[in-house]
Design a protein around this ligand. Sequence first.
Ligand code: BQF
Length: 291
Amino acid sequence: MILLDGKATSARIKAQIAVQVEAMVQVGGKRPHLTAILVGEDGASKTYVANKEKACAAAGFTSEVVRMPASTSEEALLAEVARLNADPDVDGFIVQLPLPKHINENRVIEAIDPRKDVDGFHPENVGRMMLGLPSFISATPFGIVTLLEEYGIETSGKHCVVLGRSNIVGRPIANLLSQKAKAGDCTVTICHSRTKDIAKYTREADIIIAALGVPEFLKGDMVKEGVVVVDVGITRIADSSEKGYHLVGDVAFDEVAPKASYITPVPGGVGPMTIVSLLKNTLKAATSRQS
Ligand code: BQF
């Protein structure tokens, strides 16, 4: 079993990005700038935004967090999006999800200038991604594909089973892996909450992407020997540690790992790859704006 080390891989890519940024600055360019809008006080969202700020600093980007109260109106948030769309100093920005229930997420996402949509959530970017056109690919699917490539994992002709059909992970990763491309050419099955007998599919899978958000859903008896397992789950489980919680993936790691050829840990697998993919998208946004 080989661990797909997202922490080490992302650190390597981040260092490469930092070298590119210093080269840009040397020739009179501006540092890439990422802005994050954080609405409300959700603990996980605050952690994720903090991770993004730290990664920006490590890569030599500038960054800023716009904090708005949970009571913010949709109009006020849309006004902030419009301001960032127009701000020439901002290369890319994200609206940290989820948003409070009184705000329509789709309306907010559609208000983002697609050229600054470094999360790749705007319908224009989703559509372009699905057509294989140049686009911002959303960070988690991009991170997964990068991790498979970095470890030289063959995908062509493999049967990949995706567990979960969310707009931000399940559907885009299923699409990417089925494309005629590097880290593509898979036969893809999407399973979800209405699938009858999920184990029937996972037992046939060469590659499993687990993105349901159900802690330790994938058990040892649901996979075949030699399977490649990518765990996208990160459920917070309360405990008596200093932090007050620990992270649990969608895979029962101790049971599945002995049967797997490659497997991601949680934490330190897909999560850090998501963050570095956001940096890659922001660098791309900055580069296309400076040329
Ligand atoms: C790690 C996210 C669900 C919903 C919205 C590193 C992150 C997580 C884990 C992180 C995530 C998940 C992010 C680890 C950003 C990934 O070491 O394992 C980094 O910060 N993530 C997000 O912004 O929004 C989410 C998951």
